[in-house]
Design a protein around this ligand. Structure first.
Ligand code: PLP
Length: 275
């Protein structure tokens, strides 16, 4: 349980812009703000997309991205960093180097590799940099089953434990493998938190109907905010899952395809028990 500090914790969100406002930096700002932190933001790329799919990705020049992030990090006491869509290997390398310079700041990385509508948002070079340079510097990786499968290079039937083990061996310190896309269980979603040397931690939620745009961003940002408040990894994870489930349950349509999460619900601050 955490005390509220007088100063609002600053969480640096690094990710892409989604003009629909469901995913990406806007999702981060909403989730981080609703969890009692201030979001500082560095946009890795613009996108052209709607609620159905991503059509185009326009990267920010890497030197600008780095200059912006360094300005934030030298001016503010950043309590946590959340990383989302990177878009290309150069951005991933720059972000890996940047967080390597700030090893004490907890980093939550949502490895966005594809859009909900199916567009591929990562090539092999980006995957390679993520595996070799980014994973070992992150405190928590929050892949869904597709992302875990791809990142771990598994080429047989999906086995969550084996995927997580491979990612831990790549240097990731903790992996929250989200279970939404694992539809073997029609009624519940099981999220799994793996940490080297610690027992597996499970969190079960009633399965919600439909698909949501920005659920992964919401989850990783809410966890980063809770870490920014000083929560332990398991408390922050449980808080982030509860926040996200409530946001999805109250999700609303804005376009023709996926709904977007309602992240402006009134709720308690991280570290205080959830209903
Ligand atoms: N960030 C951006 C800019 C995106 O366009 C997307 C998906 O299209 C995501 C993140 C990931 O969205 P989700 O949280 O639904 O996985």
């Amino acid at each position: 349980m955490l005390k509220q500090t007088e100063k609002r914790p600053v969480v640096l969100a690094i990710g892409g812009h989604d003009p629909i406002g469901g995913a990406g930096i806007q999702a981060d700002i909403e989730a981080i703000g609703s969890n009692g932190c201030h979001a500082a933001t560095v946009v890795t790329c613009l996108t052209v997309q709607d609620t159905c799919n991503v059509r185009k990705l326009i990267p920010t020049p890497v030197e600008i991205l780095l200059e912006q992030a360094r300005a934030v990090l030298s001016d503010c006491l950043v309590s946590a960093i959340k990383i989302g869509l990177l878009g290309n290997a150069e951005a991933a390398q720059a972000v890996a180097d940047l967080i390597g310079d700030h090893p004490r700041i907890p980093v939550v990385f949502d490895p966005v590799l594809a859009a909900g509508g199916g567009s591929d948002l990562a090539n092999d070079r980006l995957l390679q940099v993520i595996r070799s340079d980014l994973l070992p510097r992150c405190h928590l990786l929050t892949p869904n089953t597709h992302e875990a499968f791809r990142l771990s290079g598994q080429n047989q039937d999906f086995d969550p434990d084996r995927c997580a083990q491979t990612l831990l061996e790549s240097g990731a310190r903790a992996i929250l493998l989200t279970g939404t896309h694992d539809t073997r269980d029609a009624h519940q979603v099981i999220h799994r938190l793996y940490r080297g040397g610690e027992p597996l931690w499970l969190s079960r939620w009633p399965r919600l109907e439909g698909e949501y745009h920005g659920s992964g961003c919401t989850l990783a940002s809410a966890i980063a905010a809770a870490l920014g408040h000083g929560c332990s990894l398991t408390d922050a994870t449980q808080h982030g899952l509860a926040f996200t489930w409530s946001s999805l349950e109250a999700g609303f349509p804005v376009g023709h395809c996926q709904k977007i999460p309602e992240r402006y619900l009134k709720r308690s601050q991280p570290g205080h028990s959830q209903a």
